[in-house]
Write a protein that binds this ligand. Structure first.
Ligand code: ATP
Ligand code: MG
Length: 287
């Protein structure tokens, strides 16, 4: 590895692998989905990819064996690795929570006094309990944490939750959210100066991809006398584009809107006389 190449660690398989590769692809960095490979190289960007277990990514970036990494924030928190978190990436969202058997009449955190909790995240849990002044025994187990109470291994669990379905099917109830997590881009603390411009270029591309997520391009025809009402409904990046139509008294309006408010805005636009509304995907947004 030399100064003209930057090395990125991503998860080799598992929940973050596909979205990490997709983000790179959307950013114009094509790497092969090398299931059996350990080290890959992008075709069109000076970047090497190291495929690792997610637990190993923060430490490898801290040591400088990789310059940057894509990993769940939960792993950064648990390892306590001395790395810088540069961006939240918007995928792999989950939380780490305390959950108790649903038969428990839960009064609040003090319930955990003198109890035992099974987890794969002992460090995050220890920090939380000591901040709250709760004395609880932590039992570290690596997999299938959710079966621990039924198996008599512990009174409660501290584990990753996304939809909550796994908890429910194991007769558990989430009672305290301790950490919110999503995939993040991390960088080693002592990134060599000659790699800084490669990192900046990756950040620029990731930001453009991130900005486009959840955005739609909308265009419609509208009678000229209703234009000012349309402007009130469309918060565009700078201001909407307006072009005259060949038909007199009509204009075409183009803008970018958030997917969240899409249907509400479309209904309002129709009610003020918009016609021929088209909604298109936005690939990249460069501010
Ligand atoms: P590895 O083999 O790389 O160690 P793993 O089994 O530890 O993989 P995965 O289950 O693939 O990990 O999860 C990777 C990351 O995905 C988690 O650390 C977390 O940040 C995120 N994640 C998001 N939702 C969930 C979920 N419902 N369950 C588990 N992890 C989730
Ligand atoms: Mg893991």
């Amino acid at each position: 590895m030399d100064g003209s190449t930057i090395r990125l660690a991503i998860q080799s398989k598992g929940r973050l692998n596909e979205d990490s590769l997709k983000l790179l692809k959307d950013a114009g960095i094509d790497v092969d989905d090398a299931k059996r490979k350990f080290l890959g190289r992008a075709a069109d960007f000076p970047l090497e990819v190291l495929y690792l277990r997610d637990d190993d990514i923060p430490g490898v970036v801290e040591d400088g064996a990789a310059d940057i990494g894509i990993v769940g924030f939960n792993e950064v928190a648990e390892t306590g690795a001395n790395v810088e978190v540069l961006r939240k990436l918007g995928f792999g969202k989950c939380r780490i929570s305390l959950a108790v058997p649903k038969s428990v009449d839960y009064p609040g955190l003090e319930w955990f006094h003198g109890k035992s909790v099974a987890t794969s995240y002992p460090s995050v849990l220890k920090g939380f309990l000591s901040r709250k002044g709760i004395d609880t025994e932590i039992r570290v187990i690596k997999g299938s944490v959710e079966i621990a109470p039924a198996a008599g291994i512990a009174d409660a669990i501290f584990d990753i939750v996304s939809s909550g379905g796994t908890l429910v099917s194991n007769g558990l109830r989430e009672v305290e959210v301790v950490l919110e997590s999503e995939a993040v881009l991390i960088v080693r603390k002592d990134l060599p100066a000659e790699k800084r411009s490669l990192l900046d270029s990756i950040l620029f591309r990731f930001d453009a991809v991130g900005e486009s997520r959840g955005k739609k391009y909308i265009l419609m025809n509208i009678p000229d006398e209703r234009l000012s009402e349309v402007f009130g409904l469309l918060p565009a990046m700078r201001s909407p584009t307006v072009m005259p139509l060949a038909a007199k008294g009509w204009s075409s309006v183009h803008s970018v809107i958030s997917e969240k408010s899409l249907w509400k805005t479309v209904e309002q636009l129709k009610s003020i006389g918009a016609e021929g509304i088209l909604i298109l995907n936005v690939d990249k947004v460069i501010d």
